[in-house]
Ligand binder design. Structure first.
Ligand SMILES: [Ca+2]
Ligand SMILES: [Ca+2]
Ligand SMILES: [Ca+2]
Ligand SMILES: [Ca+2]
Length: 836
C-alpha cells in the first residue's frame, strides 16, 4: 500500500514499481504462479461500519478476492481469496456490501469467469451463492458492476443490481439485472424469465449500458431512492447516463425517467458516464443533491432540479345548481374559479412555473348529453397561469348549465387537466413536478337539495287517474279517450319523477294537456300488436317538489275501425330517481273501462193513404206499407220490433186481424193500450196508435252485414169497422205503427251525436181519411197524396258513399236537423218521414 498526499507522489510510485518489474512470461510457464505481486488491492473499496473492505482483482493469478481491514489498527480482519475459482476470473472487479440482519453480505463480481462472468455472495467469509448469467454470452462481462440499493427509507438494502455492460442484444449493448435481496439471498429469478427485471438503454449500436451504477438520493421527491446508470459508449463514444426511479414495494421502474446525453451538457465530451459518484452531495449549495459523472478528462457535476408539488382547486358560484327554475329554456349562468398552488418538496425558497389547464364541463357525459357549456357546443375551456411558490393563482371561467336537466340527481363532474412547465428563478433550476401529483382531477357541482338535515330525499308519490267524463269507450262515436292523471308528492323532493301509463293495443296516443305542473310526455303505441302502448310523462322536471300536485290529461285516439277488447284497462305507475321512497301502494293504479261499438241503423217507411165514407160499416181497403231497415256501420245481429195497432176497443182495425202477419217477423204478443178513454183522445189527436189501441208486437230478428238493407212489408186490408165508435164523420186519422230496434246493449251503442245514445223509435204512418156521407153523388176526387214518399235520400247517399268517419257526423246531423229533431217525437229519429 502507498500513502499518497499529492499527485506528484504517483511518479515516485511509478519509479519504485519499475524497479520491481518481474518476469510475467516466466511465471506462467515456469510453474511459479503469481500470488499477490499484481493483486491490485484496492481496485474496489467499500466502507463497512468502521472497517474498509478492499477488492484485489489480480490476486492469485487473477483469481481475485478481497480483504477487510480495521481502520483503527490497519490490521487485516478478514481475507477472502478463494482458490476454487478459475484463474483470470477477476473476482473483485466489482464489489458491494449489503447490511443484513446478522452480518454484512458481500456481493462480488468476477466478470471474466469462464469468459462470461459470475457474481458471488459471501457471508461470514464463506461463499454463499454463485449467480451465473442469464443466457450467457462470451465476453458479456456479467458482474462488471454490482450495486446494493435501498429503495425505501427503512435503511435496509432492497435490491442488488448486476450489470453486463457488454451483453449485446439486437438493439443495444449492455444491461442491468435487478435482483432482490431477501434476508441473505440474492434472487434474480433467472430460472423464471417472466420475473426477470432488466434495465436497458436506448436503441444504439454500442452503449456499454451498465458500465457504472450509482444509487442516488431521492431526486424527484417521491420518497424512493433513485438509480443512475452510465452508458459511456452511446452516441459514438460521447456517452450518456440514465435515471431510473425507485418505486413502492421495493421495486425499480424499468422504464427510465430521464436520459442525459453528453451532448446536452457540453459538446466534445467523451465517455460521459464511465463513472458516477457513489455519493451525491450538495456541491452547489442549493440544498439539492448533485451528481458527479466522469467522462474522459472531465468530471461533470449535475445539479438536481427542485421538485414541487401542486394543488388544484375549483370552486363554483353558485355552489349548487338551482333546481326550481321557472323557465327551463334559459340556462343558468355559473362561474368556476380555478386555483393552483405550487409548494416545494425540495429545500428551496423560490420557484416559478407555468401551468396550462383545460376545464371540461360535465366530463362524464358524452356530447351532446352534457348539461353544461362554455358556449354553444363548447364545453372545454383552456387557460394558462404563471405560478410562484406558495402563491395561490386563480382563473375565472364563465359557463352555463341547462336549466331543467333530466338528471338533476347526479352532479356535474367537471374535469380539470393541466400540464406543468418549470421556469428558472434566481439561482434555482427549473422546478419539476412531483410524479405523485395527479394532473387530472374532478370537481363536481351538485344540484340543490332541500331534503332536511340528512340531505337524503325520501319522496312519497301517489298516482291516480280516471277516464275524465267517459264511462264507456264509444268506438266510432267518440274519437278520443281522455285520461286525467293526478300525481302528488307527499314526501320530500322527488327527482326525475315520471308517470308511465300503459294503454291497450288499438288506442293511439294523440296529445297531452297539462292542467297543473310542468309535464312532458312521450308515447309509443304498440308496434308489434302484442306489447301495450306506453306513455312516459315527466313531472316538474327535474324536481317534483315536496307537497306538490300535478294534473294532466293524456288523450288517446280511436276510430270506427279500432279493434278493442270488450273491456280494456290502463295502468299508471309513478317512479322517481330518488334512492329512497316511502313504501306505498299508491305508486300503481289500474283501471278498466267498457268498450262499446257504434252502430247505426236506419228505418224508413212509406206513408200510405186510404179513405172511407162515414157510416159505411163493412168496407175494406188494401193497405201496403214498406219498412226499409238499413245497417250502416258494422255487421251485427239485431231485432226490429214492430208494433201495429190491431184493435180499437172491441173493433178490429184489420179485416182479418187474427191472421195479420209481417213476413220475416214473428208474432210475439198483443199489447193492451194503457188508456181506455180512446174516444176522447183520438178525437183530439186524430192519432190511432198503441196508446189507444191494442197493438200486435212483431219481432224481426236478423243478421245484417254492413251497408246492407232489408225491407219488411205490411200488406193487409184495413177495415172501416172501428171508425164509427169515434163519432167523427169527417176526419184525417193517422194509423201509427212503430218500429224500434233491439240489440246487445253491452256490445253496441247507437250512433248519435247527442248525449243520449238510445236508438230511435220510428213511426210508420198511414193516413186514413173519413168523409161524411154525401146527400147526392158527387165526384170525389181521390187524393193522391198517398203513394210512396221516400225521404231517405240522405240515407241512400250514405249507402252509396260508404261510411266515412269525417263526413258521417255531418250527415247525421243534417239528417237530424232536417227532421223531427231531439225531443220532437218519441225519440230522435234517424230518418224523417215525409209529411203528406
Ligand atoms: Ca429498504
Ligand atoms: Ca425517487
Ligand atoms: Ca446542489
Ligand atoms: Ca330527508
Amino acid at each position: 500500500m502507498f500513502k499518497v498526499e499529492n499527485f506528484a507522489a504517483l511518479d515516485k510510485i511509478r519509479e519504485s514499481l519499475q524497479d520491481k518489474i518481474f518476469s510475467i512470461e516466466g511465471s506462467q510457464t515456469g510453474g511459479e504462479a503469481l500470488k499477490e505481486e499484481m493483486s491490485q488491492e484496492g481496485f474496489r473499496a467499500v466502507y463497512v461500519s468502521g472497517d474498509i473492505q478492499m477488492a484485489m482483482v489480480g490476486a492469485n493469478t487473477w483469481r481475485g478476492g478481497y480483504r477487510k481491514y480495521s481502520l483503527d489498527t490497519a490490521s487485516i480482519k478478514e481475507s477472502f481469496q478463494p482458490t476454487s475459482i478459475e484463474a483470470d476470473s477477476y473476482l473483485g472487479y466489482s464489489m458491494a456490501v449489503a447490511s443484513t440482519t446478522y452480518s454484512p453480505l458481500t456481493i462480488i463480481g468476477a466478470p471474466r469467469y469462464e469468459h462470461t462472468g459470475v457474481v458471488w455472495t459471501v457471508f461470514n467469509n464463506i461463499k454463499r451463492q454463485e449467480i451465473h448469467p442469464y443466457q450467457p454470452q462470451t465476453g458479456e462481462y456479467f458482474g462488471a458492476e454490482v450495486c446494493a440499493m435501498g429503495v425505501d427509507s427503512d435503511k435496509r438494502i432492497d435490491l442488488i443490481l448486476i450489470s453486463s455492460p457488454m451483453y449485446t442484444d439486437h438493439d443495444g449493448e449492455g444491461r442491468v439485472y435487478v435482483c432482490e435481496l431477501s434476508h441473505e439471498n440474492v434472487l434474480c429469478h433467472f430460472d423464471t424469465p417472466a420475473s426477470i427485471v432488466v434495465l436497458r438503454g436506448v436503441v444504439s449500436d454500442r452503449g456499454r449500458f451498465g458500465s457504472s451504477l450509482a444509487v442516488l438520493p431521492d431526486i424527484n421527491a417521491d420518497t424512493f431512492n433513485d438509480l443512475a446508470v452510465g452508458a459511456p459508449l452511446e452516441n459514438d463514444g460521447q456517452g450518456s447516463i440514465y435515471i431510473f426511479r425507485g418505486e413502492g414495494g421495493r421495486k425499480i421502474n424499468p422504464t427510465y425517467s430521464q436520459r442525459i446525453a453528453a451532448s446536452e451538457i457540453q459538446s466534445g465530451l467523451k465517455l460521459f458516464g464511465i463513472s458516477i459518484s457513489q455519493s451525491s452531495y450538495d456541491q452547489s449549495g442549493d440544498g439539492l443533491p448533485d451528481l458527479a459523472v466522469g467522462s474522459k478528462g472531465k468530471v461533470v457535476l449535475l445539479r438536481s432540479r427542485p421538485v414541487v408539488t401542486m394543488t388544484a382547486t375549483v370552486s363554483f358560484n353558485p355552489t349548487q345548481i338551482p333546481t326550481q327554475n321557472v323557465n327551463c329554456s334559459i340556462p343558468l349562468a355559473s362561474k368556476a374559479n380555478i386555483c393552483f398552488t405550487m409548494s416545494k418538496l425540495s429545500a428551496i425558497n423560490e420557484a416559478q412555473a407555468q401551468v396550462n389547464f383545460t376545464l371540461i364541463l360535465d366530463a362524464n357525459r358524452k356530447i351532446p348529453n352534457n348539461r353544461a357549456w362554455i358556449s354553444k357546443n363548447v364545453r372545454e375551456k383552456t387557460g394558462s397561469l404563471t405560478l410562484q411558490l406558495n402563491n395561490e393563482t386563480c382563473h375565472n371561467v364563465d359557463f352555463i348549465i341547462e336549466a331543467c336537466p333530466d338528471d338533476a340527481l347526479n352532479p356535474l363532474n367537471n374535469e380539470l387537466r393541466f400540464t406543468f412547465g418549470g421556469l428558472p428563478s434566481g439561482t434555482n433550476l427549473r422546478p419539476s413536478l412531483s410524479p405523485k401529483v395527479q394532473t387530472t382531477s374532478f370537481h363536481s357541482i351538485g344540484f340543490e337539495i332541500s331534503c332536511g338535515k340528512d340531505e337524503e330525499c325520501v319522496d312519497d308519490l301517489k298516482v291516480d287517474f280516471n277516464f275524465t267524463s267517459s264511462s264507456v269507450v264509444k268506438v266510432g262515436i267518440d274519437e278520443l279517450l281522455n285520461v286525467t292523471v293526478f300525481v302528488e308528492n307527499r314526501g320530500e323532493n322527488s327527482y326525475n319523477s315520471r308517470i308511465i301509463l300503459t294503454y291497450p293495443i288499438g288506442l293511439s296516443y294523440r296529445k297531452f294537456t297539462s292542467l297543473r305542473g310542468r309535464i312532458e310526455c312521450n308515447s309509443l303505441d304498440s308496434e308489434d300488436g302484442v306489447t301495450r302502448g306506453k306513455t312516459d310523462c315527466s313531472i316538474d322536471k327535474p324536481i317534483f317538489k315536496s307537497n306538490s300536485v300535478a294534473v294532466f290529461v293524456v288523450s288517446y285516439g280511436h276510430n270506427t275501425n279500432s279493434k278493442l277488447d270488450r273491456r280494456i284497462f290502463m295502468t299508471a305507475n309513478a317512479t322517481s330517481g330518488n334512492i329512497k321512497h316511502i313504501p306505498s301502494t299508491e305508486l300503481y293504479k289500474k283501471k278498466e273501462i267498457d268498450v262499446k261499438y257504434s252502430i247505426f241503423i236506419t228505418v224508413e217507411s212509406s206513408l200510405s193513404y186510404n179513405n172511407f165514407t162515414f157510416g159505411e160499416k163493412d168496407l175494406q181497403k188494401p193497405l201496403k206499407q214498406e219498412i226499409k231497415v238499413a245497417n250502416v256501420i258494422r255487421p251485427l245481429n239485431f231485432t226490429v220490433v214492430i208494433k201495429v195497432p190491431v184493435k180499437l176497443g172491441d173493433k178490429d182495425i184489420w179485416e182479418d186481424t187474427s191472421n195479420f202477419t209481417i213476413l220475416g217477423c214473428k208474432k210475439y204478443k198483443d199489447e193492451e193500450p194503457g188508456d181506455t178513454d180512446f174516444v176522447g183522445k183520438i178525437k183530439e189527436s186524430k192519432i190511432l196508435d198503441c196508446t189507444v189501441a191494442t197493438c200486435r208486437v212483431f219481432r224481426c230478428s236478423t243478421f245484417m252485414e254492413r251497408n246492407t238493407d232489408q225491407t219488411y212489408r205490411i200488406s193487409a186490408n184495413i177495415s172501416s169497422r172501428w171508425i164509427e165508435q169515434i163519432g167523427l164523420s169527417s176526419a184525417k186519422f193517422r194509423l201509427t205503427s212503430t218500429a224500434s230496434l233491439e240489440y246487445d246493449n253491452n256490445q253496441y251503442i247507437f250512433y248519435s251525436t247527442t248525449f243520449n245514445n238510445d236508438p230511435p223509435v220510428r213511426k210508420i204512418e198511414a193516413e186514413i181519411e173519413v168523409f161524411p156521407k154525401p146527400d147526392f153523388t158527387k165526384e170525389i176526387i181521390g187524393g193522391s197524396l198517398g203513394g210512396l214518399a221516400f225521404l231517405a235520400l240522405l240515407t241512400a247517399v250514405l249507402y252509396k258513399a260508404g261510411f266515412f268517419k269525417s263526413k258521417y257526423n255531418d250527415m247525421i246531423r243534417e239528417s237530424a236537423e232536417g227532421g223531427a229533431g231531439p225531443g220532437a217525437g218519441p225519440g230522435a229519429e234517424a230518418v224523417v218521414p215525409a209529411e203528406g
